[in-house]
Design a protein around this ligand. Structure first.
Ligand SMILES: Nc1ncnc2c1ncn2[C@@H]1O[C@H](COP(=O)(O)OP(=O)(O)OP(=O)(O)O)[C@@H](O)[C@H]1O
Ligand SMILES: [Mg+2]
Length: 474
C-alpha cells in the first residue's frame, strides 16, 4: 500500500508559475492540482479532498481574497498560503487577518515555500490534538495517533470507558501502545489527579510480588523491620496498571482475584482488612487463552480482568497510520535533537510503509529518531534508514547449508572445495552489501572494503556481479 500523499492545490493565472511550483511540490512528494483562476480553484475544492491551497491574489474571475474567504467558510481548518507581488503587502496582512495561514512574496525562494508548506500541513495535523471529545475524523486524540479503523474504534472505546471504574484488559504485541492507552484511560477519568501506579509483573521476583502488591506489616518476614503499604494502597483513589499480567505467578492469582472482587485485602503478615477504591487496568502481549489452556493462568481471573477488552492492532495491520506517526515523531525528534528535518521523501516513506515492524510503534519511533539524528538533508531519504528496514538481508552465516554439509560428509567434493563455496558466498554477500550501501558506487564500495577499485571490479566479475546491476538509488 502506498502512503497517503498530501494533496496541494495551486491557483494562479500565470502558467509558468504554476509549472515551476507544481514541479517543485511533486518532487517534494505531494500530489498537486492546479487551477488558472479562483473560480476553477473553488470548483476543485468542492470535488476533491485538498490538504493545502497556495493561491495568487490577483486573478481573473474570482480573486485570491474571495477564494480564501469562501474556502474557509466551507472548511475553516484548511491552510491557505497566498502568493503576493511586491507592493501588495497590505493585502497580504489583510489576508492573514481573514484566516490565511501565511504568505510568500514573489519572486519566491524555493526553500521558503517548502518550509511554509511543511509547517502548514503539520499545523493542520496537530490541530487535531486539542479536540478531546468532538470527533475530528482522525489524527491525534487521547495523545494516541492514528486515523485507521483500528484506532478510531479505539477512540470510541476510550471515550466510553475512560471515566468509569470498569476494569480494562489491553492486549497487543510489544510496542503497540498498551502503556500509552493505560495512561490515557487514567488521564481522561475523574481520577486523573490521583495516582497512576504501574506494576510490571514480569520484573518483580516471584517471592516478592505479594508484598509489592499488598504491602507488609512489621515482622512479616526477616528484614521486614517496619511496615510498608503495597501498590494497591498507593493507588487508592487512582488507577493501578498491572503490566505483563500474563507473567503473574499462578499462586498469586487467587489473592489478586479476591482483592479485585472484594476491593479488599490484608497486608502480608497483617490481620487488618484494608479497603481500597482502585480502577484496574491490565495489559499483556501474551495470549491469555493459551496460558489458560496451558494451566498457568486462571480462567476466573481472566474473566474478572476482561470486562472491557482492548486489542491494539499491530502496526502492520494499520499501515495507513504510518505517515501520520512518522510526521509526529519527526516533530518530536526535531525538537529534541535540535534538527530541522522537514519531511520524508516519497521513496523513504514507501519503504517505511512496506516494512512489517515486528517491534511496532516503539521500533518506528527508534528508527525515526536515529534517522533524524543522522539526516543531513532537508528531507529524510531512504538511505537514512537502517538496512534491515530497506530490505537488505542480514549478513549470511558463514556456515554451509545443511545440504552442502550432507554432501561433504557423504564424500562428495573435498574440504577445500566446500570451504571455497562458502567463502565465495560470503564474499558475494559482503561485496553486495558494500555496493548497496554506496548505492552502486564502485569507488566508494572499494574504499569500504579496503581493496582497490580495480580489485573490486575483478572480484565483481568473478562473482558474476555486473557493474550497475545494483540500484543506484537516486
Ligand atoms: N498510537 C500511538 N501514537 C503515538 N505514539 C505511540 C502510539 N502507540 C505507541 N506509541 C509510542 O510507542 C512507544 C511504545 O508504546 P508503549 O510503551 O505504550 O507500548 P507497549 O505496548 O506497552 O509495549 P511493550 O509490550 O513492549 O511494553 C511509546 O513511546 C509510545 O508513546
Ligand atoms: Mg508496555
Amino acid at each position: 500500500m502506498l502512503p497517503e500523499r498530501k494533496q496541494v492545490l495551486i491557483v494562479d493565472d500565470e502558467p509558468n508559475l504554476r509549472k515551476i511550483l507544481s514541479a517543485q511540490l511533486s518532487r517534494d512528494g505531494y500530489d498537486v492540482m492546479t487551477a488558472e483562476d479562483g473560480e476553477r480553484g473553488l470548483a476543485l475544492l468542492k470535488e476533491h479532498h485538498i490538504d493545502l491551497v497556495i493561491t495568487d491574489l490577483k486573478m481573473p474571475k474570482i480573486d485570491g481574497m474571495t477564494l480564501l474567504k469562501r474556502a474557509l467558510e466551507e472548511e475553516p481548518e484548511l491552510p491557505i498560503v497566498l502568493i503576493t507581488a511586491h507592493g501588495t503587502i497590505d493585502t497580504a496582512v489583510e489576508a492573514l487577518k481573514s484566516g490565511a495561514f501565511d504568505f510568500v512574496t514573489k519572486p519566491f525562494d524555493k526553500d521558503e515555500v517548502r518550509q511554509i508548506v511543511g509547517k502548514a500541513l503539520r499545523t493542520r495535523e496537530l490541530r487535531g490534538a486539542d479536540a478531546t471529545s468532538v470527533s475530528t475524523g482522525g489524527g491525534v486524540r487521547f495523545g494516541i495517533i492514528g486515523d485507521s479503523a483500528g484506532i478510531t474504534d479505539l477512540y470510541a472505546v476510550l471515550e466510553r470507558v475512560a471515566d468509569t471504574p470498569t476494569t480494562v484488559l489491553i492486549t497487543g504485541e510489544s510496542g503497540t501502545g498498551k502503556e500509552l492507552v493505560a495512561r490515557a484511560l487514567h488521564e481522561h477519568s475523574s481520577r486523573k489527579d490521583k495516582p497512576f501506579i504501574k506494576v510490571n509483573c514480569a520484573a518483580i521476583p516471584k517471592e516478592l510480588i505479594e508484598s509489592e502488591l499488598f504491602g507488609y506489616e512489621r515482622g512479616a518476614f526477616t528484614g521486614a523491620v517496619s511496615s510498608k503499604p503495597g501498590r494497591f494502597e498507593l493507588a487508592n483513589g487512582g488507577t493501578l496498571f498491572l503490566d505483563e499480567i500474563g507473567e503473574i505467578p499462578i499462586e498469586m492469582q487467587v489473592k489478586l482475584l479476591r482483592a479485585l472482587q472484594e476491593s479488599e485485602f490484608e497486608r502480608v503478615g497483617g490481620i487488618k482488612t484494608i479497603r481500597i477504591d482502585v480502577r484496574l487496568v491490565a495489559a499483556t502481549n501474551r495470549d491469555l487463552k493459551k496460558l489458560i489452556a496451558g494451566g498457568t493462568f486462571r480462567e476466573d481471573l481472566f474473566y474478572r480482568l476482561n470486562v472491557v477488552p482492548i486489542r491494539l492492532p499491530a502496526l502492520r495491520e494499520r499501515t495507513g497510520d504510518i505517515p501520520l506517526l512518522v510526521e509526529h515523531f519527526l516533530v518530536k525528534f526535531n525538537e529534541r535533537l535540535k534538527k530541522k528535518v522537514e519531511g520524508v521523501e516519497a521513496e523513504a516513506m514507501e519503504t517505511l510503509v512496506a516494512y512489517p515492524w515486528p517491534g511496532n510503534i516503539r521500533e518506528l519511533e527508534n528508527v525515526i529518531e536515529r534517522a533524524v539524528l543522522f539526516c543531513d538533508t532537508q528531507r529524510l531519504r531512504a538511505n537514512d534508514l537502517p538496512p534491515e528496514i530497506r530490505g537488505i538481508p542480514a549478513m549470511a552465516n558463514v556456515s554451509l547449508s545443511e545440504a552442502d554439509l550432507q554432501a561433504a560428509l557423504a564424500g562428495e567434493g573435498g574440504l577445500k572445495e566446500h570451504v571455497k563455496v562458502a567463502m565465495s558466498r560470503l564474499e558475494r554477500e559482503l561485496v553486495g552489501r558494500a555496493l548497496q550501501q554506496t548505492t552502486g558506487n564502485v569507488t566508494h564500495a572499494a574504499r569500504l572494503l579496503k581493496i582497490s577499485r580495480k580489485g573490486l571490479q575483478l572480484k565483481m566479475k568473478e562473482l558474476g556481479l555486473r557493474e550497475g546491476a545494483v540500484d543506484k538509488g537516486e
